[in-house]
Design a protein around this ligand. Structure first.
Ligand SMILES: *Cc1c(COP(=O)(O)O)cnc(C)c1O
Ligand code: SF4
Length: 348
């Protein structure tokens, strides 16, 4: 199947043969509540014959999204309470999120900011809001790192990215700039040499963190887009959301981590699913996540081990949630589950 442009409605998905026509009324209700967008690259990866396709689960709207449980909220990790000015989230003293745009190239069905992202309303910060955001960063010398996120900042034009880079370069106390994006995977053609040049912030260490959740997303085109970034001297990290039916078995998770490492991307975080509205069907339990992490520890290279983190609801911050191998005093567990005394007991 060839898809010419990004699919942005339930009707377009029916026409592309990705969802059955009888599901249209319910999925139009889903699309009215949460934005839909699937790029040609991702649409073409979906196997319509497989009802449980891991790419489809991430991007195709589903009836289960209409079910919101009592613990799910539109601001699951408390961004709003830590936002001193529009477009800035300042939760940890030494780093801020800067969100220049609310739009993304795709809309993920599990997005923790799903009530805040989408094509509606003001897509980008206004010039005045951007001025206020930079004024905030400039007036807080404790800010060592700026994490440019959104939305997805790589949907911005190279000209806008260059403008951001120049303004960040002018702030002495900012030493590190990190871009969080899904674009190299979902729209690899957008990662042009001009865009890569625009990401280089003069005088600062720049990192790009790539969000991907299944090895199949790392297509040859996506790997080539990442290589353009890395060959320009920008190291890359990974971010993955633990998702039921996408990466919640050891082969899928380990395979994804290997795909990152083969692409020279260092696995960074595996995020436990946040309580975003209508995402219960994609969330695992923490016990399942810890069991998965144990399963990949022995079997896959140390380079393939992300840190499993939970963003504590209401903005209390991210913490690693194990598993831990030094659980009880005097004992350590090996990768196969065997228990050993530690420190070692003296042999007679
Ligand atoms: C996740 C997050 C960060 C980045 O956290 P790291 O652990 O440094 O990757 C920074 N600020 C906010 C508000 C966040 O949610
Ligand atoms: S790309 Fe990121 S911000 Fe955009 S919908 Fe997906 S998870 Fe949310």
């Amino acid at each position: 199947m060839t898809v010419a442009r990004t699919l942005r409605s339930a009707t377009a998905l029916v026409h592309a043969g990705l969802i059955a026509p009888e599901r249209l009324p319910a999925l139009e209700r889903v699309a009215a509540r949460y934005a839909v967008a699937i790029t040609p690259e991702m649409a073409e990866l979906i196997d319509p014959a497989n009802a449980d396709d891991p790419i489809a689960r991430q991007f195709l709207p589903h009836e289960a999204e209409l079910t919101q449980t009592a613990v799910e909220t539109g601001d699951p990790i408390g961004d709003l309470t830590h936002s001193p000015v529009e477009g800035v989230v300042h939760r940890y003293p030494d780093r801020v999120l800067l969100k220049p745009t609310h739009t993304c190239a795709v809309y993920c069905r599990f997005c923790f900011r799903r009530e805040m992202v989408g094509p509606e309303g003001l897509a980008n910060l206004t010039p005045a809001q951007l001025d206020a955001a930079f004024a905030y960063v400039a007036s807080h010398p404790e800010i060592w790192e700026v994490i440019v996120t959104g939305g997805d900042p790589l949907v911005l034009s190279p000209r806008r990215l260059r403008d951001l880079a120049e303004r960040l370069a002018a702030i002495d106390h900012v030493k590190v700039v990190r871009f969080h994006t899904r674009v190299p995977v979902v729209d690899p053609g957008a990662v042009t040499d001009e865009m890569v040049a625009a990401l280089k912030v003069p005088g600062k260490a720049v990192y790009v963190a790539l969000h991907a959740n299944h090895a199949r997303e790392l297509t040859p085109a996506a790997r080539a887009a990442c290589a353009r970034i890395i060959d320009a001297g920008i190291p890359m990290l990974s971010q993955t959301v633990l998702l039921r039916g996408v990466n919640d078995d050891p082969d899928a998770l380990g395979g994804l981590m290997r795909a990152f490492v083969e692409t020279r991307i260092r696995p960074y975080y595996l995020h436990h699913g946040d309580h975003a509205p209508g995402t219960g069907h994609l969330r695992t339990t923490v016990d399942e996540g810890r069991a998965l992490m144990r399963a990949i520890r022995g079997r896959f290279s140390g380079l393939c081990q992300p840190t499993y983190v939970l963003d504590i609801p209401d903005g209390h911050g991210k913490v690693p949630i194990g598993p831990d191998y030094l659980a009880s005093a005097g004992e350590v567990e090996d990768p196969n589950g065997g228990a050993h005394a530690y420190p070692p007991v003296a042999k007679p």
